[in-house]
Every structure is written in C-alpha cells, then in structure tokens.
Design a binder for this molecule. Structure first.
Ligand code: ADP
Ligand code: MG
Length: 398
C-alpha cells in the first residue's frame, strides 16, 4: 500500500464531504449503505451530487463498493483514510507537501513531507492489520470477520499510542523525534538527519555507544517503560561534531530512538521477557557488527524492577494511561501487534525482520532505503532534496 497523492488535488469540496461521510458511517457499519452516506454528507445538491462524488471517489480507490446479500454499500479504503488524514494535517498546517517514501517499516510507511516553509518532516502512516486485511479481502465471507472493520481502529490506536509515548518521552527530555501532530492512523514528527544503526558499519568507540544505549534502556525503565523493539532499525545515530579549541574536530554519536507502538510498562505481565530481549538485541548486534562484548553482565530486569519501587521519577506508563488510553485499547493493540509479528514469522527480533521486508506490501516497486542491505554505505544525508507534491493547496478555500 503506497501513498499516492495524485488524485488529491482533483477532489472537489463535495467529494471531501462524501469521503468524510463514509468515514463517519464506518464507525457503526462495516459496509456503509448509500442512503446513510447521503444523510451524513448533507450535500446541497442532494442525492445526485452524492452519487457523483461516490463514483469519483470509487474511481480513484478511496472508497470501494461492496455487494452484499442485504444491501450494497461502500467501505473506506486505506487510501481513503490516508487522504482524510492528509487533509486534516494540511488544514492544520502540519504539512504542506508530501515527498518520497524513506522507509517501509513492518507496519508502516514513512514519508518525507514538508510544511509550508519547506521544513522537512516525517509522516508515519500506520498500516496495522494490513496483512490480515488482505487475507480477509479475498475471503468472500469477510463481513463475518471482525478483522475487516478493525484495520482502521487498530492503525489509529497504534498512531495514538505512539504519539502519546513520543509526547511523554519528549517532555521528559528523551532523545526522540519531536512529535508534532496526529490524525487518525498517522503522525507528523521532525525528521532526524541520521541513519539507523543498522546502516553503520564502524564506530570509533563501540563501548561508549553501547553504554549510551544501555543507559537509555535503564532510563526508560526508571520511568516504568520498556521500548519492546529496541533494535538497530529503531535507533538512529546522529553525528554531533564539535570543534575543539585546537581546531581538532571531535565527533560524538548521539542515539535517537524511534518506533513506539509496542512499548510496554515495567508492570506488564511479560515485562521481564521484553526487557531482556531489548538488552539482548543490543548485545547481539554489538557483538556481531562491532565485535564488542561488554564485560558487565546484564542489566537484568529483576534488579531494575527492585530499584523502580523505591524511585521517585515520573511514571510515564501511568502518564500515558491517564491520557485516555484505556486498558482495553492497549490490549487490542497488543494482540494485533503480536498477531502481525507471528504472521511475519518474526519474534520481533531484528535479525529475522529483514527477511520479510516485502511481505505485507502489495506494490513494492520502490522499497527505498531502510538499509536492509548489509553492504549499504550511507551516502550524504537523508536531508537531501526530495521531490514534493503539494497537497496543502487542496484545503485552500474550504
Ligand atoms: P516501523 O514501526 O514500521 O518499524 P519506524 O518508525 O521504525 O517504523 O520507521 C521505519 C524507518 O523509517 C526507520 O528505520 C528509519 O529509517 C525511518 N524513520 C522513521 N522515523 C524517522 C524520523 N523521524 N527521522 C528519520 N528517519 C525516520
Ligand atoms: Mg521500526
């Protein structure tokens, strides 16, 4: 599923109203009946205007017609949801133009976008349920399968959870991208001009980077959190250059952490497994890539947990829960992430993850650059020139 903004500028204000009506109708209907779309859209032109918009939207794949025994109706597609989110971001001036895709994550598309001043940002589009949705699509019986309706809900939950955690972490001073906006299944954040650790073949001082990463795991834990996918794809390494007094340049590597939909609390029933897995991931990567093995064993969940009881720092797991994320939502999302990981055959471990790059993506024609290739050398910065499609224009005047 690739974001294609080409049709966006051709949509009339009525089309947007009808698209919004289909989205509203989807809240209670797997399949939104045409009369309900008419009612929700409340177009001045009446039914004929609605029908014209419906065919325009169906033609470009933003809604899809579904025939069922009782009635025919329409459902919103991922493309339709993408357009609605982009429209909202553009209206709020969170973004103006959309550029190239820089990453196809496990359950997401990562696009470079820009605001109206040309400042580049990142749009992360969550695509949870993409795989099950596809198996469901080919299944004639899909109306009985709740999963067909839930891709929208689950992807939105993933974006909401990720945004809530990014905000909490950013406020605590953690090195994460700045969370700027969220709409539906998407997040806008700052673009980090750095490469994933995965793409870095040598570092001057592996011990110090390793220590920084373990310190980050411990700092998260001290706030009651476990990243849950702390691997070389989700750690971007920035080069901070400083020129010393004698003119000598010193380069410090600063890790920036991304990707938070799977974060768990230190109180989670499988917290120990998640914590130890995060630590193990870093240890294994450093040993394989940099031939570095720490002489200190651990850190171990049990020891950290004991300290946590006595500590006074803000519990971010509680903060996020207090921000409206219910236990049921966390559970639904966790189940979906787990299901998807099992479908990929991956245990959430990075080494496995790259074998499945193309799975779950229908039109993988330009899978650019998350650095799957072991030999790949970073060339230039990712902050290069990207071709941008202005989408901000479409909201002007309405
Ligand atoms: P997923 O959940 O699908 O793994 P991620 O959030 O990890 O998605 O993003 C996938 C890839 O996109 C990352 O490995 C990184 O290369 C790139 N990326 C994501 N967010 C940013 C950002 N804010 N700045 C720069 N690159 C990013
Ligand atoms: Mg990731």
């Amino acid at each position: 599923m690739k974001l294609d903004t080409r049709a966006m500028r051709h949509l009339a204000p009525e089309d947007w109203r009808v698209l919004t009506a289909v989205e509203m109708g989807s809240k209670n209907h797997e399949l939104v009946p045409t009369p309900l779309i008419e009612k929700l859209a409340r177009l001045r032109g009446g039914a004929s205007g609605v029908h014209r918009s419906i065919s325009a939207l169906a033609k470009v794949g933003l809604i899809a017609k579904v025939k069922e025994a009782k009635y025919d109706g329409y459902r919103l597609t991922y493309g339709g949801l993408d357009y609605l989110a982009l429209h909202t971001h553009a209206t709020r001036k969170d973004l103006y133009s959309v550029g190239t895709r820089i990453g196809v994550g496990k359950e997401s598309d990562i696009m470079v976008v820009a605001d109206d001043t040309g400042t580049q940002r990142v749009l992360k589009i969550h695509r949870l349920g993409r795989i099950s949705f596809r198996t469901v699509k080919s299944n004639r019986d899909y109306l009985k399968n709740r999963a067909s309706g839930s891709w929208m809900y689950l992807s939105r939950l993933a974006a909401m959870k990720e945004y809530a955690f990014m905000k909490a972490l950013y406020a605590e001073g953690f090195p994460v991208p700045v969370p700027l906006a969220q709409s539906r299944h998407t997040i806008v954040m700052t673009l980090v001009d750095a490469f994933p650790l995965r793409q870095i073949s040598t570092v001057p001082d592996p011990a110090s980077l390793y220590a920084d990463l373990i310190a980050l795991i411990l700092r998260l834990a001290s706030h009651g959190l476990i990243h849950g996918d702390f691997n070389e794809f989700n750690i971007l390494v920035k080069e901070e250059k400083t020129v010393l007094e004698d003119g000598v340049e010193s380069i410090r590597l600063e890790p920036v952490v991304i990707d938070f939909p799977q974060m768990v609390s230190m109180e989670h029933q499988n917290a120990e497994m998640y914590f130890d897995r995060d630590v193990e991931c870093i240890k294994r990567f450093f040993s394989r890539r940099f031939h570095f093995t720490s002489t200190t064993p651990g850190p171990f969940y049990k020891d950290i947990k004991k300290k946590l009881k006595k500590s006074q720092v803000t519990r971010l797991d509680a903060t996020v829960e207090a921000s409206g994320f219910t236990k049921k939502m966390l559970k639904d999302l966790e189940a979906a992430i787990k299901e998807q990981a099992e479908k990929r055959g991956s245990k959430g471990l990075s080494e496995e993850a790259d074998d499945d790059e193309n799975e779950g993506d229908e039109d993988e024609d330009d899978a650019s650059s998350t650095g799957e290739d072991e030999e790949e050398e970073p060339v230039g910065g990712i902050l290069g020139q990207h071709h941008m499609d202005a989408v901000g224009d479409v909201v002007q005047g309405h």
